[in-house]
Design a protein around this ligand. Structure first.
Ligand SMILES: Cc1ncc(COP(=O)(O)O)c(C=O)c1O
Ligand SMILES: N[C@@H](CCOP(=O)(O)O)C(=O)O
Length: 415
Protein backbone atom coordinates (compact mmCIF):
# COMPACT_ATOMS: atom_id res chain seq x y z
CA UNK A 1 0.00 0.00 0.00
CA UNK A 2 1.13 3.55 -0.74
CA UNK A 3 2.59 5.67 2.08
CA UNK A 4 1.24 8.86 0.45
CA UNK A 5 4.62 10.59 0.58
CA UNK A 6 4.67 14.35 -0.01
CA UNK A 7 8.34 14.14 -0.81
CA UNK A 8 8.15 13.65 -4.58
CA UNK A 9 10.32 15.35 -7.22
CA UNK A 10 8.97 18.63 -8.66
CA UNK A 11 8.33 18.25 -12.38
CA UNK A 12 10.16 20.87 -14.47
CA UNK A 13 6.88 22.03 -16.05
CA UNK A 14 5.11 22.64 -12.69
CA UNK A 15 3.40 26.02 -12.76
CA UNK A 16 2.97 28.29 -9.75
CA UNK A 17 4.38 25.84 -7.21
CA UNK A 18 1.49 23.34 -7.45
CA UNK A 19 1.22 20.14 -9.45
CA UNK A 20 -0.44 16.74 -9.33
CA UNK A 21 1.24 13.52 -8.37
CA UNK A 22 0.00 9.93 -8.52
CA UNK A 23 -0.27 8.35 -5.07
CA UNK A 24 0.58 4.91 -6.47
CA UNK A 25 3.53 5.40 -8.85
CA UNK A 26 4.55 8.97 -7.85
CA UNK A 27 4.40 10.02 -11.48
CA UNK A 28 4.18 13.83 -11.60
CA UNK A 29 1.51 15.39 -13.84
CA UNK A 30 1.51 19.14 -14.51
CA UNK A 31 -1.93 20.40 -13.46
CA UNK A 32 -3.12 23.07 -15.87
CA UNK A 33 -1.74 21.83 -19.16
CA UNK A 34 -4.14 18.96 -19.14
CA UNK A 35 -7.42 18.05 -17.43
CA UNK A 36 -6.64 14.79 -15.59
CA UNK A 37 -8.39 12.93 -12.80
CA UNK A 38 -6.27 9.76 -12.63
CA UNK A 39 -2.68 8.85 -13.37
CA UNK A 40 -2.24 8.37 -17.14
CA UNK A 41 0.32 5.61 -16.44
CA UNK A 42 -1.28 3.44 -13.74
CA UNK A 43 -4.80 4.88 -13.21
CA UNK A 44 -3.94 5.72 -9.57
CA UNK A 45 -5.55 8.60 -7.67
CA UNK A 46 -3.91 12.02 -7.89
CA UNK A 47 -2.99 14.45 -5.13
CA UNK A 48 -1.91 18.09 -5.26
CA UNK A 49 1.71 18.71 -4.34
CA UNK A 50 3.37 22.04 -3.56
CA UNK A 51 6.91 23.42 -3.56
CA UNK A 52 6.60 23.96 0.18
CA UNK A 53 4.03 23.59 2.95
CA UNK A 54 2.97 26.47 5.22
CA UNK A 55 3.02 26.57 9.02
CA UNK A 56 0.34 28.19 11.23
CA UNK A 57 1.93 31.66 10.99
CA UNK A 58 1.10 31.87 7.27
CA UNK A 59 -2.68 31.66 7.75
CA UNK A 60 -4.75 34.85 7.97
CA UNK A 61 -8.34 36.00 7.45
CA UNK A 62 -11.41 33.80 7.85
CA UNK A 63 -13.07 30.78 6.29
CA UNK A 64 -11.62 28.45 3.67
CA UNK A 65 -9.40 31.15 2.13
CA UNK A 66 -7.74 31.80 5.49
CA UNK A 67 -5.68 28.78 4.45
CA UNK A 68 -4.81 30.03 0.96
CA UNK A 69 -1.10 29.44 1.67
CA UNK A 70 -2.00 25.73 1.66
CA UNK A 71 -4.26 25.97 -1.42
CA UNK A 72 -3.56 26.25 -5.17
CA UNK A 73 -4.83 29.85 -5.37
CA UNK A 74 -5.09 33.01 -3.23
CA UNK A 75 -8.86 33.27 -3.60
CA UNK A 76 -11.80 31.59 -5.31
CA UNK A 77 -15.48 31.71 -6.20
CA UNK A 78 -16.61 32.35 -2.63
CA UNK A 79 -19.81 32.88 -0.66
CA UNK A 80 -18.10 32.80 2.72
CA UNK A 81 -17.76 29.09 3.26
CA UNK A 82 -15.91 27.55 6.20
CA UNK A 83 -15.37 29.04 9.66
CA UNK A 84 -18.04 26.68 11.00
CA UNK A 85 -18.76 26.30 14.73
CA UNK A 86 -17.16 23.75 17.04
CA UNK A 87 -20.02 23.18 19.46
CA UNK A 88 -19.88 21.73 22.95
CA UNK A 89 -22.53 19.05 23.53
CA UNK A 90 -22.48 18.59 27.32
CA UNK A 91 -25.46 16.21 27.44
CA UNK A 92 -23.92 13.71 25.00
CA UNK A 93 -20.45 14.23 26.49
CA UNK A 94 -21.80 13.27 29.97
CA UNK A 95 -23.83 10.41 28.61
CA UNK A 96 -20.81 8.92 26.84
CA UNK A 97 -18.48 9.67 29.77
CA UNK A 98 -15.89 11.47 27.67
CA UNK A 99 -13.38 14.07 28.91
CA UNK A 100 -14.29 16.37 26.02
CA UNK A 101 -16.67 16.00 23.10
CA UNK A 102 -17.17 18.67 20.44
CA UNK A 103 -19.18 18.77 17.25
CA UNK A 104 -17.77 20.49 14.17
CA UNK A 105 -20.98 21.42 12.38
CA UNK A 106 -20.35 21.64 8.66
CA UNK A 107 -24.09 22.01 8.15
CA UNK A 108 -23.50 25.72 8.86
CA UNK A 109 -21.86 26.26 5.46
CA UNK A 110 -23.71 28.35 2.82
CA UNK A 111 -25.48 25.42 1.13
CA UNK A 112 -25.64 23.44 4.37
CA UNK A 113 -22.78 20.95 3.91
CA UNK A 114 -18.99 20.66 3.82
CA UNK A 115 -19.09 20.36 0.02
CA UNK A 116 -18.93 24.17 -0.22
CA UNK A 117 -15.31 24.06 0.97
CA UNK A 118 -14.43 21.78 -1.92
CA UNK A 119 -16.41 23.72 -4.50
CA UNK A 120 -14.95 27.16 -3.72
CA UNK A 121 -11.56 25.71 -4.71
CA UNK A 122 -12.73 23.25 -7.40
CA UNK A 123 -14.82 25.80 -9.29
CA UNK A 124 -11.91 28.27 -9.16
CA UNK A 125 -9.69 25.63 -10.78
CA UNK A 126 -12.39 24.99 -13.41
CA UNK A 127 -12.48 28.72 -14.12
CA UNK A 128 -8.70 28.86 -14.52
CA UNK A 129 -8.89 25.89 -16.90
CA UNK A 130 -11.55 27.71 -18.89
CA UNK A 131 -13.98 24.79 -18.95
CA UNK A 132 -17.64 25.54 -19.69
CA UNK A 133 -19.62 22.61 -18.28
CA UNK A 134 -19.24 21.24 -14.74
CA UNK A 135 -20.67 17.90 -13.69
CA UNK A 136 -21.00 15.56 -10.75
CA UNK A 137 -22.71 12.41 -9.57
CA UNK A 138 -24.34 12.95 -6.22
CA UNK A 139 -26.29 11.61 -3.29
CA UNK A 140 -27.43 15.24 -3.00
CA UNK A 141 -25.03 17.54 -1.21
CA UNK A 142 -22.36 17.64 -3.90
CA UNK A 143 -25.04 18.56 -6.45
CA UNK A 144 -26.40 21.39 -4.28
CA UNK A 145 -22.94 22.86 -3.76
CA UNK A 146 -21.86 22.45 -7.39
CA UNK A 147 -25.09 24.05 -8.63
CA UNK A 148 -24.59 26.99 -6.30
CA UNK A 149 -20.89 27.66 -6.93
CA UNK A 150 -20.87 26.63 -10.58
CA UNK A 151 -23.80 28.86 -11.50
CA UNK A 152 -22.29 31.75 -9.56
CA UNK A 153 -19.17 31.31 -11.70
CA UNK A 154 -21.29 31.44 -14.87
CA UNK A 155 -20.85 27.76 -15.75
CA UNK A 156 -23.33 25.21 -17.03
CA UNK A 157 -23.95 22.58 -14.30
CA UNK A 158 -25.00 18.97 -14.90
CA UNK A 159 -25.83 16.66 -11.99
CA UNK A 160 -26.62 12.93 -12.03
CA UNK A 161 -28.67 11.65 -9.11
CA UNK A 162 -29.77 8.11 -8.20
CA UNK A 163 -33.52 8.25 -8.90
CA UNK A 164 -35.68 8.32 -5.76
CA UNK A 165 -32.70 8.16 -3.38
CA UNK A 166 -31.89 11.82 -2.80
CA UNK A 167 -33.35 13.88 0.06
CA UNK A 168 -35.85 16.55 -0.94
CA UNK A 169 -33.93 19.58 0.30
CA UNK A 170 -30.91 18.71 -1.82
CA UNK A 171 -32.84 18.22 -5.06
CA UNK A 172 -34.59 21.54 -4.42
CA UNK A 173 -31.26 23.29 -3.95
CA UNK A 174 -29.69 21.85 -7.10
CA UNK A 175 -32.77 22.79 -9.06
CA UNK A 176 -33.15 26.36 -7.81
CA UNK A 177 -29.43 27.08 -8.10
CA UNK A 178 -29.75 26.26 -11.79
CA UNK A 179 -28.40 22.74 -12.41
CA UNK A 180 -29.61 20.44 -15.15
CA UNK A 181 -30.70 17.42 -13.10
CA UNK A 182 -30.69 13.91 -14.58
CA UNK A 183 -32.20 11.14 -12.45
CA UNK A 184 -30.45 7.86 -13.20
CA UNK A 185 -31.93 4.40 -12.89
CA UNK A 186 -29.08 3.15 -10.70
CA UNK A 187 -27.24 3.94 -7.47
CA UNK A 188 -24.65 6.65 -6.77
CA UNK A 189 -21.77 4.45 -7.91
CA UNK A 190 -23.48 3.97 -11.32
CA UNK A 191 -23.96 7.74 -11.59
CA UNK A 192 -20.25 8.30 -10.87
CA UNK A 193 -19.25 5.82 -13.59
CA UNK A 194 -21.39 7.70 -16.12
CA UNK A 195 -20.16 11.15 -15.14
CA UNK A 196 -16.53 9.92 -15.17
CA UNK A 197 -17.06 8.70 -18.73
CA UNK A 198 -18.51 12.07 -19.74
CA UNK A 199 -15.47 13.76 -18.17
CA UNK A 200 -13.05 11.42 -19.91
CA UNK A 201 -14.75 12.20 -23.22
CA UNK A 202 -14.17 15.89 -22.54
CA UNK A 203 -17.90 16.64 -22.27
CA UNK A 204 -17.69 18.09 -18.74
CA UNK A 205 -15.27 18.95 -15.94
CA UNK A 206 -15.75 16.49 -13.08
CA UNK A 207 -16.20 17.98 -9.62
CA UNK A 208 -16.69 14.92 -7.49
CA UNK A 209 -14.04 14.15 -4.89
CA UNK A 210 -12.11 12.18 -7.50
CA UNK A 211 -10.97 15.67 -8.49
CA UNK A 212 -7.91 16.28 -6.30
CA UNK A 213 -8.39 20.06 -6.23
CA UNK A 214 -11.82 19.69 -4.61
CA UNK A 215 -10.19 17.80 -1.76
CA UNK A 216 -7.74 20.68 -1.31
CA UNK A 217 -10.72 22.79 -0.19
CA UNK A 218 -11.98 20.06 2.14
CA UNK A 219 -8.51 19.92 3.73
CA UNK A 220 -9.45 23.13 5.52
CA UNK A 221 -11.88 21.18 7.75
CA UNK A 222 -8.84 19.53 9.35
CA UNK A 223 -6.92 22.79 9.67
CA UNK A 224 -9.90 24.54 11.24
CA UNK A 225 -10.60 21.73 13.73
CA UNK A 226 -6.98 21.77 14.89
CA UNK A 227 -6.87 25.56 15.26
CA UNK A 228 -10.24 25.81 17.01
CA UNK A 229 -9.51 22.89 19.33
CA UNK A 230 -6.17 24.37 20.32
CA UNK A 231 -7.75 27.77 20.96
CA UNK A 232 -10.74 26.41 22.90
CA UNK A 233 -9.29 23.43 24.78
CA UNK A 234 -5.54 24.07 24.71
CA UNK A 235 -4.84 20.87 22.74
CA UNK A 236 -5.45 19.12 19.46
CA UNK A 237 -8.19 16.48 19.65
CA UNK A 238 -7.15 12.87 20.25
CA UNK A 239 -9.68 11.67 17.72
CA UNK A 240 -11.87 12.95 14.88
CA UNK A 241 -14.89 10.79 14.02
CA UNK A 242 -16.52 11.34 10.66
CA UNK A 243 -19.19 9.79 8.44
CA UNK A 244 -17.71 8.06 5.41
CA UNK A 245 -19.31 7.82 1.97
CA UNK A 246 -16.92 8.38 -0.93
CA UNK A 247 -14.15 8.84 1.69
CA UNK A 248 -13.08 12.28 0.43
CA UNK A 249 -13.05 13.91 3.85
CA UNK A 250 -11.03 11.11 5.40
CA UNK A 251 -8.48 11.57 2.62
CA UNK A 252 -8.55 15.37 2.90
CA UNK A 253 -8.16 15.49 6.69
CA UNK A 254 -5.25 13.08 6.54
CA UNK A 255 -3.62 15.26 3.87
CA UNK A 256 -4.03 18.35 6.08
CA UNK A 257 -2.19 16.53 8.90
CA UNK A 258 0.60 15.27 6.62
CA UNK A 259 1.20 18.76 5.26
CA UNK A 260 1.44 20.24 8.76
CA UNK A 261 3.95 17.55 9.65
CA UNK A 262 5.91 18.32 6.44
CA UNK A 263 5.95 22.02 7.43
CA UNK A 264 7.24 21.16 10.90
CA UNK A 265 4.06 22.67 12.37
CA UNK A 266 2.80 19.45 13.98
CA UNK A 267 4.42 16.29 15.25
CA UNK A 268 3.32 13.04 13.62
CA UNK A 269 2.35 11.71 17.06
CA UNK A 270 -0.17 14.58 17.42
CA UNK A 271 -2.27 13.57 14.41
CA UNK A 272 -5.84 12.90 15.65
CA UNK A 273 -7.01 9.33 15.16
CA UNK A 274 -9.23 9.34 12.09
CA UNK A 275 -12.30 7.26 12.89
CA UNK A 276 -14.58 6.52 9.95
CA UNK A 277 -18.23 5.69 10.50
CA UNK A 278 -20.41 4.05 7.86
CA UNK A 279 -24.02 2.95 7.79
CA UNK A 280 -24.25 -0.83 8.28
CA UNK A 281 -26.02 -1.13 4.92
CA UNK A 282 -23.15 0.57 3.05
CA UNK A 283 -19.93 -0.28 4.89
CA UNK A 284 -17.17 -1.42 2.50
CA UNK A 285 -14.52 0.72 4.24
CA UNK A 286 -15.35 -0.80 7.61
CA UNK A 287 -15.11 -4.24 6.06
CA UNK A 288 -11.65 -3.40 4.65
CA UNK A 289 -10.38 -2.05 8.00
CA UNK A 290 -11.77 -4.98 9.97
CA UNK A 291 -10.20 -7.49 7.58
CA UNK A 292 -6.94 -5.57 7.22
CA UNK A 293 -7.40 -5.38 3.45
CA UNK A 294 -5.43 -2.88 1.38
CA UNK A 295 -8.38 -2.35 -0.97
CA UNK A 296 -12.12 -2.17 -0.48
CA UNK A 297 -14.34 -4.76 -2.10
CA UNK A 298 -17.17 -2.73 -3.66
CA UNK A 299 -20.70 -3.48 -2.44
CA UNK A 300 -23.22 -3.76 -5.28
CA UNK A 301 -26.27 -3.51 -3.05
CA UNK A 302 -26.38 -0.66 -0.54
CA UNK A 303 -29.23 0.67 1.58
CA UNK A 304 -29.53 3.11 4.48
CA UNK A 305 -31.76 5.90 5.78
CA UNK A 306 -28.60 8.06 5.68
CA UNK A 307 -28.89 8.52 1.91
CA UNK A 308 -25.87 10.86 1.74
CA UNK A 309 -23.57 7.91 2.52
CA UNK A 310 -25.41 5.28 0.51
CA UNK A 311 -22.22 4.45 -1.41
CA UNK A 312 -20.80 0.99 -2.16
CA UNK A 313 -17.54 1.82 -3.92
CA UNK A 314 -15.75 4.68 -2.11
CA UNK A 315 -13.51 6.18 -4.75
CA UNK A 316 -11.03 7.69 -2.28
CA UNK A 317 -10.42 4.47 -0.35
CA UNK A 318 -6.76 4.25 -1.50
CA UNK A 319 -6.14 7.62 0.19
CA UNK A 320 -8.42 7.09 3.17
CA UNK A 321 -7.42 3.60 4.33
CA UNK A 322 -3.77 4.67 4.90
CA UNK A 323 -5.06 7.76 6.74
CA UNK A 324 -7.11 5.73 9.18
CA UNK A 325 -4.24 3.30 9.77
CA UNK A 326 -1.40 5.84 10.00
CA UNK A 327 -3.24 7.93 12.60
CA UNK A 328 -4.11 4.89 14.75
CA UNK A 329 -7.81 5.30 14.00
CA UNK A 330 -10.45 2.77 13.14
CA UNK A 331 -13.76 2.34 11.31
CA UNK A 332 -17.12 1.23 12.60
CA UNK A 333 -20.58 0.55 11.19
CA UNK A 334 -23.80 1.75 12.83
CA UNK A 335 -27.35 0.75 11.98
CA UNK A 336 -30.08 3.15 10.94
CA UNK A 337 -31.75 3.21 14.37
CA UNK A 338 -28.45 4.09 16.03
CA UNK A 339 -28.09 6.92 13.50
CA UNK A 340 -31.58 8.24 14.24
CA UNK A 341 -30.99 8.06 18.02
CA UNK A 342 -27.83 10.14 17.56
CA UNK A 343 -29.72 12.59 15.33
CA UNK A 344 -32.28 13.08 18.12
CA UNK A 345 -29.58 13.45 20.79
CA UNK A 346 -27.80 16.12 18.72
CA UNK A 347 -31.08 17.94 18.06
CA UNK A 348 -31.72 18.12 21.81
CA UNK A 349 -28.35 19.86 22.20
CA UNK A 350 -29.47 22.37 19.56
CA UNK A 351 -27.45 20.85 16.73
CA UNK A 352 -29.69 20.02 13.78
CA UNK A 353 -28.10 17.52 11.40
CA UNK A 354 -29.11 15.21 8.59
CA UNK A 355 -28.92 11.43 9.22
CA UNK A 356 -25.49 10.80 7.64
CA UNK A 357 -23.97 13.43 9.91
CA UNK A 358 -25.32 11.79 13.04
CA UNK A 359 -23.42 8.62 12.13
CA UNK A 360 -20.24 10.19 13.57
CA UNK A 361 -21.84 10.50 17.02
CA UNK A 362 -23.47 7.06 16.76
CA UNK A 363 -20.07 5.59 15.91
CA UNK A 364 -18.36 7.23 18.89
CA UNK A 365 -21.11 5.89 21.16
CA UNK A 366 -20.59 2.39 19.82
CA UNK A 367 -16.80 2.50 20.18
CA UNK A 368 -17.06 4.04 23.66
CA UNK A 369 -19.47 1.29 24.78
CA UNK A 370 -17.10 -1.33 23.35
CA UNK A 371 -14.25 0.21 25.35
CA UNK A 372 -12.34 1.18 22.20
CA UNK A 373 -12.48 4.87 23.09
CA UNK A 374 -11.29 5.68 26.61
CA UNK A 375 -12.90 8.16 29.02
CA UNK A 376 -9.95 10.56 28.96
CA UNK A 377 -10.14 11.20 25.21
CA UNK A 378 -10.87 14.57 23.59
CA UNK A 379 -13.08 13.73 20.62
CA UNK A 380 -14.42 15.85 17.75
CA UNK A 381 -17.37 14.52 15.74
CA UNK A 382 -17.79 15.94 12.26
CA UNK A 383 -21.42 16.61 11.37
CA UNK A 384 -21.46 17.08 7.64
CA UNK A 385 -24.93 18.35 6.65
CA UNK A 386 -27.81 20.41 8.04
CA UNK A 387 -31.09 18.96 9.38
CA UNK A 388 -33.14 20.73 6.70
CA UNK A 389 -31.34 18.87 3.93
CA UNK A 390 -33.58 15.89 4.65
CA UNK A 391 -36.89 17.20 6.05
CA UNK A 392 -38.59 13.81 5.69
CA UNK A 393 -35.99 12.06 7.85
CA UNK A 394 -36.17 14.88 10.41
CA UNK A 395 -39.96 14.69 10.60
CA UNK A 396 -39.84 10.90 10.94
CA UNK A 397 -37.30 11.15 13.78
CA UNK A 398 -39.32 13.84 15.58
CA UNK A 399 -42.75 13.61 17.17
CA UNK A 400 -46.13 13.83 15.41
CA UNK A 401 -47.98 17.17 15.74
CA UNK A 402 -51.29 16.90 17.66
CA UNK A 403 -54.53 18.44 16.35
CA UNK A 404 -56.17 20.90 18.76
CA UNK A 405 -59.18 23.25 18.56
CA UNK A 406 -58.49 26.97 18.10
CA UNK A 407 -58.69 27.89 21.80
CA UNK A 408 -56.22 28.17 24.70
CA UNK A 409 -57.90 25.48 26.86
CA UNK A 410 -57.75 23.07 23.96
CA UNK A 411 -54.00 23.68 23.68
CA UNK A 412 -53.48 23.26 27.44
CA UNK A 413 -55.50 20.01 27.39
CA UNK A 414 -53.14 18.62 24.78
CA UNK A 415 -50.01 19.25 26.91
C1 LIG B 1 -23.93 14.75 4.61
C2 LIG B 1 -22.79 13.91 4.17
N1 LIG B 1 -22.06 13.30 5.08
C3 LIG B 1 -21.02 12.52 4.76
C4 LIG B 1 -20.69 12.29 3.46
C5 LIG B 1 -19.53 11.40 3.19
O1 LIG B 1 -18.39 12.16 2.93
P1 LIG B 1 -17.19 11.53 2.12
O2 LIG B 1 -17.74 11.17 0.77
O3 LIG B 1 -16.19 12.60 2.07
O4 LIG B 1 -16.77 10.31 2.87
C6 LIG B 1 -21.43 12.89 2.43
C7 LIG B 1 -21.13 12.65 1.01
O5 LIG B 1 -20.43 11.75 0.61
C8 LIG B 1 -22.49 13.73 2.81
O6 LIG B 1 -23.22 14.34 1.89
N1 LIG C 1 -22.41 12.50 -0.39
C1 LIG C 1 -21.89 12.86 -1.64
C2 LIG C 1 -21.51 11.72 -2.53
C3 LIG C 1 -20.55 12.19 -3.61
O1 LIG C 1 -19.34 12.38 -3.04
P1 LIG C 1 -18.18 13.28 -3.62
O2 LIG C 1 -17.55 13.83 -2.40
O3 LIG C 1 -17.32 12.36 -4.39
O4 LIG C 1 -18.73 14.36 -4.49
C4 LIG C 1 -22.88 13.81 -2.28
O5 LIG C 1 -23.32 14.71 -1.59
O6 LIG C 1 -23.21 13.68 -3.44
Amino acid sequence: MTDLSLDVPTPPEADGGVWLSCIECENAVAPFDDVVYRCPDCDGLLEARYDDYPDWSEFEGRGVWRYSAALPFESGVSIEEGDTPLYTVPGIEDDLGLADLRVKHEGMNPTGSFKDRGMTVGVKVADELGVGRLACASTGNTSAALACYGTRAGKQVLVLLPAGKVAAGKVAQASLHGAKICEVDGNFDDCLDVVAELANRGEAYLLNSLNPFRLEGQKTIGLEILEQSKAETGAYPDRIALPVGNAGNTAALYKSFRELVAAGAMDESEMPKLTGVQAAGAAPMVEAIENDWNEVQPWDEVETRATAIRIGNPVNAPKALPGIRATGGTAVAVDDDEITDAQRALAREGVGVEPASAASVAGVRKLREAGEISADEHVVCLTTGHLLKDPDAAAAAGSEPVSVPADADGVLDAL
